[in-house]
Design a protein around this ligand. Structure first.
Ligand SMILES: [Zn+2]
Length: 193
């Protein structure tokens, strides 16, 4: 990622992690997760649809025609759909004062990961594990965008069964705080960046 972010907390966080830890997909999913923190925004149907479409855009699962129509119809709520994911992430961070946002640092770590990310061994990526990870990613709560905790616990157990007792991975999947699309741990298992 070579584009400058400006002097804000997002930039500082990513600089601390070092190179290779962000991508347009990660930045867009982070922007969407931040937008979902605004209950006022999410109560507006058009805004919620923009965020949901933004998440599909990040994962390349969007309908181009829907994106074109949405951008022309709802120009005031399309930050999640900004053509440049880095700009979207920066603007979301700047427009919503850092201290006022619930879970600010939590969301950064959730999406971009801790400083040291453990390796996921190829032998852990069994068809069963990958299927459970995909299901956990795809079956998010429509309103909050949160991953289902029961799904993550089943995945953590399945990883244990194939020999993954890594404390960082197990601890992350079992913790109670909100997980979102772009969760570094699921992305690592699914080899998404
Ligand atoms: Zn997570």
């Amino acid at each position: 990622m070579t584009r400058p972010f400006g002097n804000n907390v997002l930039q500082q966080f990513l600089q601390r992690l070092g190179p290779g830890r962000s991508s347009p997909r990660k930045l867009r999913l982070y922007a969407c997760a931040r937008l979902r923190c605004s209950s006022k925004l999410i109560r507006a149907q058009a805004s919620l649809r923009a965020v949901q479409l933004g998440e599909r855009l990040a994962d390349g699962q969007h309908d181009p025609a829907e994106l074109r129509n949405f951008r022309s119809l709802w120009q005031d709520v399309w930050l999640a759909l900004h053509p440049d994911a880095a700009v979207a992430a920066l603007q979301v961070t700047e427009e919503r004062p850092w201290r006022d946002l619930p879970g600010g640092l939590h969301l950064l770590t959730e999406v971009f990961g801790p400083e040291q990310i453990p390796d996921v061994l190829p032998s852990w990526r069994t068809p069963a594990v990958l299927s459970l990870a995909c299901a956990a990613y795809d079956e998010r709560a429509p309103l909050s965008g949160a991953l289902r905790r029961d799904r993550l616990l089943v995945l953590a157990d399945a990883l244990l069964d194939v020999g993954c007792a890594d404390a960082v991975i197990q601890g992350h999947l079992r913790r109670k705080r909100k997980h979102v699309a772009g969760c570094w741990c699921l992305d690592r298992i699914l080899e998404r960046c």
